[in-house]
Ligand binder design. Structure first.
Ligand code: PLP
Length: 415
């Protein structure tokens, strides 16, 4: 499929540049995660983190496989409904939920994890208006997960800004507020932390703490414990990183769950919310070489894509990539940079590559671009490219290349 002729044919159909989603890989990821956890703890659920990549086709595919939808905004919640997700299989997280959002999610019996006190007011209002209905809510908890005297959080933050703090008494205060209404039940505890190294130890700490809190606060009838997302997926060999496997994570988390709930007839459900692990390696981005030029000692390869298409955070690590050459012959190796179509100096898709210099009309395939790419890049200077899906040797469009009419949608822009 990645021979020059085949890509050239695809370019004619899709326009250049374009993304390809590998549907079989997506299914494999889902099954690998599911098998790792389910074989150790039966009552297990995957809530796919929509924000990582909410391409509707992909969300639907994961839903068909059995994933719940983990959403963090009304937009994502409505998307889940639009693709036909059963509202009872939606997990509504995130720091911002309006009264209307919460009332709708409660009416639909979705899972809601409350992040802050202001949300409790909306829950109480709903419960008061529906005295004969049992209202189930979960609480996202905030506790210290540092170890060896070091913060485990992304960017080294000392304190996470999410959830309800345990240490300062906020959890107890929240539970007291909810206990004032007979028809509100605490259904679950949620502990997602975005950690720096995605280490096993963080998951041990999170799982153990959620179990301890359940016991300390006598939450005996919990329906679920949700340990959040943030696990590593399978990394490309060029990342040279010894990442934990799905089995490693599952072993650490499920061992604690099994130990803590061994005597329970009905064990709580275990939820994880993978994003990156599910989708990062399922997408490639193919851009075409427009020109190569040398400026003083440096060589630049200009392509018709941008760093925004593959690394919206503009980090400097090179992604795994392949050059698909039109001529088949190549000159001696040299160092070059791959740069994009925007007018920004920092639009580098890859830095200091040592390889045979690509030529005009060659293609460059950037791998591992499925997570936080297509959702995270504003269409900047150019329309958003086409996305195709590859399945059983067939390639079909799942998002068309944007047109100027769609880019400047006349329903929302005033001309
Ligand atoms: C609540 C929640 N769940 C799941 C995720 C997914 O994280 P990842 O893509 O690192 O697996 C995130 C990401 O920030 C999150 O905030």
């Amino acid at each position: 499929m990645f021979e020059y002729k085949a890509i050239n044919k695809l370019e004619k159909k899709l326009g250049s540049p374009f993304y390809i989603l590998d549907v079989d890989k997506l299914r494999q990821n889902y099954h690998k995660i599911e098998t790792a956890f389910k074989s150790r703890y039966e009552n297990f659920i995957i809530g796919y983190s929509y924000k990582t990549n909410y391409l509707p086709f992909l969300c639907k595919e994961l839903s068909k496989l059995g994933a719940y939808a983990e959403v963090v905004s009304r937009l994502e919640y409505d998307l889940a409904l639009k693709i036909g997700e059963d509202p009872k299989r939606i997990i509504f997280n995130g720091p911002l939920k309006s009264q209307d959002d919460i009332h709708l999610a409660l009416k639909n019996e979705s899972t809601i994890n409350i992040d802050s006190f202001y949300e409790l007011e909306f829950v109480k209002e709903y419960a008061l208006h529906h005295p004969n209905k049992q209202i189930n809510v979960g609480l996202r908890l905030n506790f210290d997960i540092s170890y060896n005297g070091q913060s485990a959080l992304q960017e080294g933050y000392e304190v996470s800004r999410f959830g309800i703090c345990i240490e300062n008494g906020n959890l107890q205060a929240g539970l007291n507020e909810l206990a004032a209404l007979d028809n509100i039940q605490i259904a679950g505890l949620h502990g997602h932390f975005s950690t720096r190294n995605r280490e096993i130890e963080s998951y041990r700490k999170i799982t153990q703490k959620l179990c301890d809190i359940a016991k300390e606060y006598r939450l005996d009838n919990l329906d679920y414990l949700d340990v959040g997302g943030g696990i590593y997926g399978e990394l490309p060999p060029s990342f040279h990183q010894n990442a934990p496997s799905f089995d490693d994570y599952a072993e650490a988390i499920c061992q604690i769950m099994n130990q803590e709930f061994s005597s329970y007839e009905k064990k709580p459900r275990l939820i994880i919310e993978p994003g990156m692990a599910m989708v990062a390696n399922t997408f490639i981005f193919i851009a075409k070489v427009i020109e190569t030029k040398t400026i003083r000692e440096q060589t630049f390869v200009l392509v018709d894509g941008s760093v925004h298409n593959i690394k919206p955070t503009m980090h400097k690590h090179n992604l795994p990539m392949k050059i698909i050459r039109k001529s088949g012959t190549a000159e001696a190796k040299q160092v070059f940079n791959i740069v994009g179509y925007t007018c920004m100096e920092k639009d580098y898709l890859a830095h200091e590559i040592l390889s045979e210099l690509p030529e005009k009309s060659d293609y460059i395939i950037f791998e591992n671009v499925g997570a936080y790419t297509i959702v995270f890049n504003p269409p900047f200077i150019k329309e958003r490219p086409c996305i195709a899906a590859a399945e059983d040797g067939e390639v079909f469009i799942v998002r068309k290349k944007e047109s100027i009419k769609q880019f400047f949608n006349e329903d929302i822009y005033m001309f």
